[in-house]
Design a protein around this ligand. Structure first.
Ligand code: F6R
Length: 247
């Protein structure tokens, strides 16, 4: 389904509340909540609201386990542009999640160990019983996670090469496109689509073209977000501008 909001703030409040309700519902049954999380500009206000719900309304993350979608490669976790730093700054430093319950692909792993590391990342998700909820943004290439054009429906966590446009879009964060890593570790399309609930966020007219392709175009590896189209458990949460080209 598609939900369109006049602005991304209200949309983000809705998504944060949905996540909070899931944590509360599972918690009342004594169950942990397994969240798949995204970085980038799209989820920032969702995280801001989750922090507020924690600080002001008693929402606890003690029974929450998180798996982030992706990380640049190579990338030291302590670097400012790492997704580890992003998540700490925007969410984890401000809530009561247990450090051992946080999982973010490690961009500092040696190249020869990556395949085994990725298998283990998948295994860790499976050992938790799979993802209850996956939060997604969408890149202008149509990527979800860092599954760029060409990614297969059966893909799982692995090392990938970033598209030129993706690196260009990240260039401001790195002070130049040439400084953006060429590779990344990302969950696969299969990993993502196995989540029991999926919410994809897109804000602003910058995303209008790719949102139209993702929702209304043919299902194709050329636009990996199209793989979500026929899943029953996907909600697209858009602002008016991102939805402006939809028919
Ligand atoms: C981030 C991720 C990416 C972003 C996408 C959109 O973890 O997996 O797919 O969601 O590149 O980025 P923003 O939200 O910055 O436009």
């Amino acid at each position: 389904s598609v939900k369109i909001y006049a602005d991304c703030k209200d949309a983000s409040l809705y998504v944060a509340q949905r996540i909070a309700d899931l944590i509360t519902k599972k918690g009342s049954k004594g169950e942990k909540t397994i969240l798949g999380l995204a970085t980038g500009s799209s989820p920032k206000q969702v995280y801001q609201e989750l922090v507020r719900l924690h600080k002001n309304e008693g929402l606890s993350f003690k029974n929450v386990i998180t798996f982030n979608l992706d990380e640049y490669y190579p990338m030291q976790p302590i670097e400012e542009q790492s997704y580890v730093s992003f998540m700490n700054k925007n969410l984890f430093d401000h809530i009561d999640i247990l450090p051992q319950n946080i999982h973010i692909p490690d961009g500092s792993i040696a190249l020869e160990n990556i395949a085994a590391y990725c298998r283990q990342y998948e295994q860790n998700i499976a050992n938790c019983g799979g993802l209850d909820f996956q939060l997604l943004g969408i890149g202008r290439t149509g990527h979800i996670g860092f599954n760029e054009p060409g990614a297969l429906l059966k893909s799982i966590t692995r090392l990938v090469t970033l598209n030129d446009l993706t690196r260009e879009d990240a260039s401001a964060d790195f002070g130049g496109k040439e400084k953006v890593p060429v590779q990344a570790i990302t969950m696969g399309i299969k990993t993502i689509t196995q989540a029991r609930e999926i919410v994809l966020l897109a804000w602003s007219s910058r995303k209008a073209g790719i949102v139209k392709q993702a929702l209304e175009g043919n299902i194709t590896a050329d636009v990996p977000a199209t793989y979500l189209q026929h899943l029953p458990n996907v909600e697209y949460v858009l602002d008016t501008e991102a939805a402006s080209l939809l028919t």
